[in-house]
Design a binder for this molecule. Structure first.
Ligand code: MIC
Length: 648
């Protein structure tokens, strides 16, 4: 078996490991962050959960960090009280980005994890099977229920050779995106193997595993080998290491190879992680901001390399050089190693540990100006600037731009500025800092904790069952690869309403069509509405708000050419019927505003996978299909997982 199969086999509680079949997995650990966690905690409350059933569950606060008013701090207090009430660890605001912090403090080779963040897959770096899902699925996992998913194909990517100077792990995952695009990983687990692994540390692997989410993959997996052991030893947790390697004769459903020595510095152009080109092709573009940090380049190495490149130089005068340390541990190590000094001296603005600009929580770029970031995503408007131009690159490429004020191939730095590629000397062990981590309360104390709810925290909306006859207008028609950042925007203006569905629903699709929310709200208590989408509808984040908010506005059916995995699961969890066109051309026939009629919906969903929709304007009938499992059919019919549980 390969590593992914071993991890699945060890945790399989239902189904067979045949690609496409629904399987159930026992979940050992969960990760929630604040922007999705408030919903998860409300869901646990709705389920009357007594205590978390997992080995380890951690509630992080890393996204909604700016405290422009009382909303975010109120949510922090709510999350702390919920973590105490349900027996979770609590990682305080400023302690760090969930993914690297989890890898440093809690990750364990061989364990499974479900996380309400699409980049949960990063933990695959240390031989975990770690999957990003919607909040409700994490709530179920905390309650001890299995995680259900379709058995993915295993995509073996053999790495050979060594990375050349000025090229690093980020360029490996950008190469994957250059080759395969944002849909390339759908329905697959990416497993990295081969001799090239020897030169990649556990944090380098985190960079690669993390952005498997951008390929649409179910998760990414690395073996647990010596590099993982070295990492855990450095974190003072060598006893958590176990070796997990693919068998010598392991095979993969799909095979690919990257010879690392042939890679060049790469960059994803605005506004998709799939728009990857060599840096040299776009060199000379003016840059007004660079932002270093996030779960996509979180390691000490990623900050130290930039510090050493910019050492004794100044960042370009007009440019804003923003640095978001990924965790307090890393901040402590950057300080001890003197790297923080180099960054500050070169003109960096040092922000608190957390996601910050990655999710548009501050650091919005100026209008029409290029911003280079080491982050994982650059979907339109995600930065908080409506018409933004965000590029994704490695720390080396970022450092070159910081010094020159232009996109610059970092391999030019020796000639341009007499800077050689630094040979980093990193400490063997990291500064283990647990000052901002609170452990679960003992059960008797936990039971006495009251949830602290500020005025911004509202309950979950009532969800009624799926109607049998739907005759409703297409409230919006969108194209291919629409991301959840477009469905329910990020940014400092919207994020503080993550615990208030009524309010956040006003921002639904605002990035695409500012009038959508008002238009469809008028139909909410009448016909409701449908949305029509292209390929890979709902790519990107795990935020279930991108489903709950439009559902609150009366969305009952989405018809698309195809769906992204997490969003598709979220739609079912909240009782929205996800249907796919089966015939080319039907998508083109639909116009926004057309009324579609679907008859006998309940029987059609329950008894098969086909149904029809008639377009009253064009007179055309579309043949549609759903891919729901019987388990999902039951929840869609009931109006969602919560009413299904309540009625059980
Ligand atoms: C993201 O990177 O898009 C986020 C913000 O971390 C999301 C979660 C969210 O929307 O809260 C994700 O990746 O799932």
């Amino acid at each position: 078996m390969n590593v992914a199969q071993k991890l699945i086999c060890d945790h399989l509680v239902s189904g067979e490991m045949n690609p496409g079949d629904e399987i159930g997995l026992r979940i050992d650990q969960t990760l929630t962050q604040d922007a999705t966690g408030t919903m998860v905690m409300l869901e646990l409350e709705a389920m009357d959960l007594v205590r978390a059933q997992t080995d380890v569950s951690v509630q992080y606060v890393d996204h909604n960090l700016l405290q422009a008013d009382a909303r975010n701090p109120d949510d922090h207090l709510f999350l702390r009280s919920a973590a105490q009430r349900f027996g979770l660890w609590y990682s305080k605001p400023g302690n760090g980005v969930s993914h690297p912090t989890h890898q440093q403090r809690f990750g364990r080779p061989g364990a499974t994890m479900a996380g309400s963040d699409s980049h949960t897959c990063a933990a695959g770096a240390i031989g975990m099977l770690s999957i990003g899902v919607g909040g409700l699925e994490v709530a179920m996992a905390i309650a001890g229920e299995p995680l259900y998913l379709r058995m993915p194909e295993i995509w073996g990517v053999r790495l050979t050779g060594e990375l050349p100077a000025w090229v690093s792990a980020k360029d490996v995952i950008l190469e994957m995106l250059r080759r395969h695009g944002v849909k390339g990983g759908v329905g697959r687990i990416i497993e990295y193997h081969g001799p090239g692994l020897a030169g990649l540390s556990a944090m380098d692997r985190h960079v690669i595993a993390n952005m498997g989410a951008e390929l649409g993959a179910t998760t990414s997996v690395f073996p647990s080998d010596d590099a993982v052991r070295t990492f855990l030893r450095g974190e003072g947790r060598e006893e958590d290491w176990t070796e997990i390697l693919a068998d010598e004769d392991a095979t993969y459903d799909v095979e690919d190879e990257i010879e690392l020595s042939t890679l060049v510095p790469l960059i994803a152009k605005p506004s998709s992680p799939g728009n990857v080109v060599p840096v040299s092709e776009v060199a000379g573009e003016p840059v007004s901001q660079v932002v270093l940090g996030s779960s996509a380049n979180p390691g000490l190495r990623d900050f130290a390399i930039v510090a050493e490149i910019v050492r004794d130089h100044q960042s370009e005068a007009e440019l804003s050089f923003d640095v978001n340390p990924s965790s307090r541990q890393i901040l402590e190590d950057l300080t001890k190693g003197g790297w923080l000094f180099d960054l500050i001296k070169a003109g960096a603005r040092i922000h608190q540990s957390g996601c910050m600009g990655c999710i548009g929580m501050g650091q919005a770029p100026a209008t029409g100006r290029n911003s280079l970031r080491t982050m994982p995503r650059n979907f339109p408007g995600r930065s908080g600037t409506r018409e933004d131009a965000v590029w994704l690159c490695s720390p080396e490429t970022l450092a070159a731009a910081a010094l020159t004020g232009k996109i610059t191939d970092p391999r030019e730095l020796p000639d341009l500025l007499d800077i050689d590629y630094p040979k980093l000397q990193l400490p063997d062990s990291s500064s283990v800092n647990t000052a901002m981590l609170e452990s679960p309360l003992p059960e008797d104390e936990a039971q006495r904790v009251e949830l602290v709810k500020g005025p911004n925290i509202s309950g979950l909306p009532e969800l009624d069952e799926l109607p049998d006859h739907i005759e409703a207008p297409v409230g919006l028609k969108v194209g291919d690869n629409v991301s959840t950042d477009e469905i329910l925007p990020a940014g400092a203006r919207v994020l503080p309403y993550r615990s208030n569905i009524e309010k956040i629903s006003e921002f639904t699709f605002a990035q695409v069509d500012e009038e959508y929310a008002e238009r469809v709200a008028a139909l909410k208590d009448g016909t409701g509405h449908l949305v029509v989408g292209g390929e890979n509808y709902g790519q990107g984040s795990s935020r279930e708000h991108a489903v709950i908010a439009p559902r609150y506005l009366g969305l009952r059916v989405v018809i698309a050419k195809s769906f992204a995995r997490i969003h598709w699961q979220n739609l079912a969890n909240f009782g929205i019927l996800a249907l796919e066109f089966t015939e080319a051309g039907d998508y083109d026939d639909v116009e926004q505003g057309d009324t579609l009629a679907l008859d006998g919906v309940r029987d059609a969903v329950a008894q098969g996978d086909r149904m029809q929709a008639k377009n009253e304007r064009s007179g055309k009938t579309y043949e549609l299909r759903h891919r729901l499992s019987p388990r999902q059919v039951a929840m869609v019919l009931a109006g969602g997982q919560i009413p299904l549980l309540r009625d059980a």
